[in-house]
Design a protein around this ligand. Structure first.
Ligand SMILES: C[S@@+](CC[C@H](N)C(=O)[O-])C[C@H]1O[C@@H](n2cnc3c(N)ncnc32)[C@H](O)[C@@H]1O
Length: 269
């Protein structure tokens, strides 16, 4: 089959599950052929063996996120390896990274700990943007840590981040971090999920019966370990919950681009 014929057929197959079927068809073909987008555009009369390509298209038709099919996701303008052991990076998490970077501006050697590093995107971006920072990144999932370490190597910051297998900070007994940052699981255990989310690891999604339980534990840990700042992402409906837990400290909340409450920072100093 010719490249252009494969693209027309694939676009038709995925049009019901994607808003950008033509673009996704091209991304999946480039990934399958291990070529770039320019090659796809300039070789539309090339003959290809299409069976493997349509296996990928079938996975997409079954609603598997394109990032898991191509093993690649973009975050903060950088490319990261992802697989089904880690949450796919979300663009709103870039705001959390920016918040930590601006918080660390006045600190000579910021000491940062991240709980729930997943693919490593937050800690890796912090290592790239804050060259003097000392960073520890924990996750309860060995498989996720494997992905995070691959990404740290890809971005040449392996020597800047210590990855630790740990339930919260149980295996990391230091105190006095400048910043504790986390994008923890925060969905309530019984909340029905959109079909695309069902491919993501439950460990990365569910935060307890109410959804905010892990956030509350992280807040208590931040207090107990005497961190200076706690910066977290939250669910759009968790502002009240956090305000109650953290009163009278007055967390500063921020919104995402869709104008939903999306996170907060608390200054404990
Ligand atoms: C929402 S994902 C965030 C991943 C990544 N930091 C990001 O922003 O894309 C939450 C992560 O927390 C990890 N996690 C869940 N419970 C944990 C716990 N008790 N201790 C440490 N990590 C935990 C999950 O394995 C998952 O990787």
């Amino acid at each position: 089959m010719l490249v252009k014929e494969a693209l027309v057929k694939a676009t038709r197959l995925i049009k019901d599950i994607s808003d950008i079927p033509n673009k996704e068809a091209r991304i999946l073909l480039a990934s399958y052929l291990k070529k770039d987008q320019i090659w796809i555009i300039t070789h539309d009369d090339e003959e290809i063996k299409e069976e493997g390509y349509f296996e990928l298209i079938k996975r997409r038709v079954d609603n598997e996120p394109i990032e898991y099919i191509t093993n690649s996701a973009s975050f903060y303008g950088e490319s990261f390896y992802v697989d089904s052991n880690v949450l796919i990076p979300r663009p709103e998490t870039e705001i959390l990274v920016d918040l930590v970077v601006s918080t660390c501006k006045g600190i000579k050697t910021p000491i940062i700990v991240e709980i729930g590093t997943g693919s490593g995107i937050i800690s890796i971006m912090l290592a790239l943007l804050l060259p003097k920072a000392i960073i520890k990144a924990v996750d309860i999932s060995q498989e996720a840590l494997h992905v995070a370490k691959l990404n740290a190597k890809k971005h040449r910051v392996s020597d800047r981040i210590e990855f630790i297998l740990s339930d919260l900070l149980n295996s990391c007994d230091e105190k006095n971090f400048d910043v504790l940052v986390s994008n923890p699981p925060y969905i309530a255990n019984n909340e029905p999920l959109h079909v695309g989310l069902s491919y993501e690891p439950s460990l990365a999604l569910y935060g307890g019966k109410e959804g905010g339980e892990i956030l509350e534990k992280i807040y208590n840990l931040a207090k107990a370990r005497k961190v200076s700042f706690l910066a977290c992402e939250i669910g759009y409906d968790q502002k009240e919950y956090i305000s109650t837990i953290a009163s009278p400290l007055k967390p500063k909340f921020y919104k995402d681009l869709a104008n939903h409450d999306r996170g907060f920072i608390i200054n404990f100093k």
